[in-house]
Design a protein around this ligand. Structure first.
Ligand code: PLP
Length: 367
């Protein structure tokens, strides 16, 4: 018998998620480019809705009705199929708890978002990892690892931290190859940023099947990461299951109000998409011109690779940039020790990053 309470099997195998850093050397202006937050901030209408929220003594609407209606109106979805959560992180956990337990397997790809692994282990399941090709999801590698024990396949599309995506044809091929008992979770946190004709977030697949859900977030293009707002759209039977285990008041009133205002401000989203397209391309070109390799990204961040030939390591680059107040993301935990992830920032921040990388590659110092 244990002399003290012991967590369930799996819990102590979890390496707690390490968020992007937000501090740099003392005395320098900080540009946080480590968590894929938007440099444009939230819609002014969302800020106004948040600030004018009153009656903190009252419980919020536990059904998030107005937010589900606003999302439904924008995307042409039945609000009854939408579930809102405290970030898509909460929804990823809830779906996993609802469909996975000890002895079950959860599948994700090699450099996939680490929250999947945490959710699988927390539910008592076994993580199974499918290798990628050129930092891209490999549908055949995933399909070949599906067993009778597989309960969920997680796919971030575009993926974080690589920034790569697979075309909708490939997503459909993945779905077609899965047995009907396997749940496919499409995580489209960066969908709004993608400008590719062959990309789709997956709404169509959710509408036409019984085993696909899609997760979305207000943390990225909507600029509301601090308020923790995510949503998923699912077949009715899955929405029903998740609603049974969801905390009855998992969303707060100010977040719900800001979310409604944000989703209705389409002009703000358009502005963010344009800013990102312009600077993603600029950053990619400028950084490659320095002799570094950028993995082609369709999201609001990019992965900078420091090949051995460059004679410089990602760790050294991170220290150099931090010295100038430029905070990027180390991604060793994703099996990518030779790369850094850079969020597309303001014009000022983007220019400073390129200038600093240029000095770094020339062997300069921050003195
Ligand atoms: C940022 C991100 C999310 C969103 O998380 P929230 O909990 O909604 O803030 C989900 N999936 C991926 C792949 C992400 O990068």
């Amino acid at each position: 018998m244990s002399v003290r309470p012991e967590p369930r099997p799996g819990v102590m195998q979890i390496d707690a998620y390490v968020p992007g850093k937000s501090k740099a050397a003392a005395g320098v202006k900080v540009h946080k480019l480590s968590s894929n937050e938007t440099p444009l901030g939230p819609s002014p209408k969302a800020i106004e809705a948040f600030n004018s929220f009153d009656h903190l003594e009252l419980y919020p609407d536990g059904s998030a009705m107005k937010l589900r209606e606003a999302i439904g109106a924008k995307y042409g979805l039945d609000p009854n199929r939408i579930v809102c959560g405290a970030g898509s992180d909460e929804l990823l956990s809830l779906v996993t708890y609802a469909y996975m337990g000890p002895g079950d397997e959860g599948l994700y790809s090699e450099h996939g978002f680490l929250v999947y692994r945490i959710a699988i282990l927390a539910a008592g399941g076994t993580p199974v990892v499918a290798p990628e090709k050129d930092y891209r999801t490999d549908v055949d590698a995933i399909l070949s690892r599906v067993t009778d024990k597989t309960k969920i396949v997680f796919l971030a599309n575009p993926n974080n931290p690589t920034g790569t995506y697979i075309p909708f044809d490939e997503v459909k091929r993945l779905h077609a190859g899965l047995p009907p008992h396997v749940l496919l979770v499409l995580d489209a946190a960066y969908a709004e940023y993608v400008r590719r004709n062959d990309y789709e977030s997956g709404l169509e697949l959710v509408a036409t099947s019984e085993n696909v859900v899609m997760m979305r977030t207000f943390s990225k293009i909507y600029g509301l990461a601090n308020l923790r707002i995510g949503w998923m759209v699912a077949p009715a039977h899955i929405a029903d299951a998740v609603n049974r285990i969801r905390g009855p008041f998992n969303m707060n009133g100010p977040a719900l109000a800001a979310g409604v205002a944000a989703v209705q401000d389409e002009a703000h989203v358009v502005k963010a998409v344009e800013h990102n397209a312009q600077w993603l391309e600029w950053l990619t070109g400028e950084i490659e011109a320095l002799g570094l390799k950028v993995t082609p990204s369709v999201a609001n961040f990019l992965m900078i690779n420091f090949p051995a030939e460059a004679g410089k390591t990602a760790k050294e680059a991170d220290e150099f940039l931090s010295g100038r107040g430029l905070i990027l993301r180390r991604i060793d935990a994703y099996g990518l020790p030779n790369a850094l992830r850079l969020t597309v920032g303001s014009e000022e921040a983007n220019r400073l990053v390129v200038e600093a990388l240029r000095d770094f590659m020339k062997g300069g110092n921050n003195a």
